[in-house]
Structures are given as structure tokens and as C-alpha cells.
Design a protein around this ligand. Sequence first.
Ligand code: G3P
Ligand code: CA
Length: 272
Amino acid sequence: MKVAVLLLLSFLIVTNLVSGEEIKIKKGEFITIAHRGASAYAPEHTMQSYNLAKEMNADYLEIDVQMTKDGIPVAYHDDKLNKKTGWTGEIEKYTLEEIKQIDIGKWFGTDFEGAEILTLAEIFDRFGTNTNYYIETKKPKQGTEEAIFDLLVKYQLNLFNGQVIIQSFSESSLLTMKKLNDNIPLIKLLNSESATNLTDHKLKEIESYADGIGVDYRVVDKDFVEKAHGNNLLVHAYTVNEINSMKRMLTFNVDGIFTNKPDVLLKLSSSN
Ligand code: G3P
Ligand code: CA
């Protein structure tokens, strides 16, 4: 009986039904986000790429999520299979069993031949509560957020301390996630055009549901960051791989950077 009560309590806490604790990503703490893993050194979204990012001590593993035909969240960037795989068509047209036959490593080099598309569950199985995850709902269709959320709960990830961040270009996807759990930090992604045309009104609207914005670094400058900070929004710049651009972003005081080279950024940011 005691065990059942304890289990129920843990479930309620994880799903934020009994706790009003507010948690956001810690302000003032710069984060290094390993974009699709350490994807400059290994094929993106593979276990090799995530293992490397973890070894490099990246703060977050970035994962783009697509859904298979049978409703399984998998780590893949495009909604269509990349020609480099030798397969074509949309991921959502294939079952997981079919998807698992695709080699996403060999285009990168023979060392990576045989690398599979990973399910989100496999990534959580590998790294568990030992790391932080920065998950993007890529082309969210009905049920995507629920499927991801179920896994966050199943793997007992801490939804109160920023262990998981959800990002999306889709406002409705972020709002769906917010309904599922109001504590997970949310980042609204902006492409260069929408960031360039960002009005105060839009910033305030974003601030009403999100904790920050993820922005193409090419349109980020000091004023942009100050304006976002003035609206209580963090700024995470994507995707910065050149050392001079990293330095520029750090000078502008961004709160985090997505990079394929977390080792380079970590060295730079720790000496800053
Ligand atoms: O998620 C931030 C950045 O990754 C967005 O661009 O196309 O690399 O997913 P993309
Ligand atoms: Ca992404």
C-alpha cells in the first residue's frame, strides 16, 4: 500500500499535478547546445554524435523529432528522408520497423556505416537522467507532443529544473506542450525573416507562453538581444560553427548557442 502511495505521489509530482513550483532555465547561465549531437564529427542524430557531445560535456543534446507511421517519435531533421540515405519519401509514411533499415551513417564515412535512426526512447535509454535534452517538435502532427511528453514522464526526466527544453517553430505545438505541463521551458524558434521583422507586440505575445527565442545567429546583434531580454526572453542562437561568429554571439550576451562543435564553443565560453 505504502509503495502504491509513493508511486502515485512521484507520478503526480513529475506530471506537475501537485506542485506549483516554477522552474525556468537558469537566467544568466550560458548553455552550449549540441546541435543534433556533436554533428561536425559524426553523422547527425546518431548515437555516435550524441556520445561525442556528452563526452565533450555539452550542456544539452539537441534532438529534432519526427513521427513514424506507427506513431513513434524518432530523431531526424527533415520530414522527408535525406537522399544520402538512398531512401525517399516522408518519414511519416514508414513504420519504425522500416525506418530501422535505413543507414544514416555511411554517407558521413565508413566508420559510421550501419548507424540507425534512433527513437527518442533509445536516446533516453542511453543517457537517462544524466543529461539535458533540447527537443524540437519538427513538423508536429496530432499526438506528437503527447507522445514526447509520455516519454519524458516514463523516463522520469525532471520537468522542474530545465533538464528538458522544448523548442518549435510552431506556436501551436508549444502551446499544446504547455497545456501538458506548464513547467517545461519553451523556446519559440524564429527564422531570419521573422526575427528581422519582430515587433514589440510579437515579442510580448511570445513572452506570454515561452521562456525564450531561438534565432538564426545571422540576424542577431546586441540590440536584438537587449530587446529580447527587456521582454524577459532568453536568446539562443542557431547554428554557430565558426569561432569568430561564436565570439560575436558571446559579446552580444546571448544565453545559449546551438553548435555542431560543442568542444570549440565550450573552450571559448569557459575562457570568456
Ligand atoms: O533548433 C534550432 C535549430 O536547430 C533550428 O534549425 O533546421 O537545424 O532544426 P534546424
Ligand atoms: Ca533543430
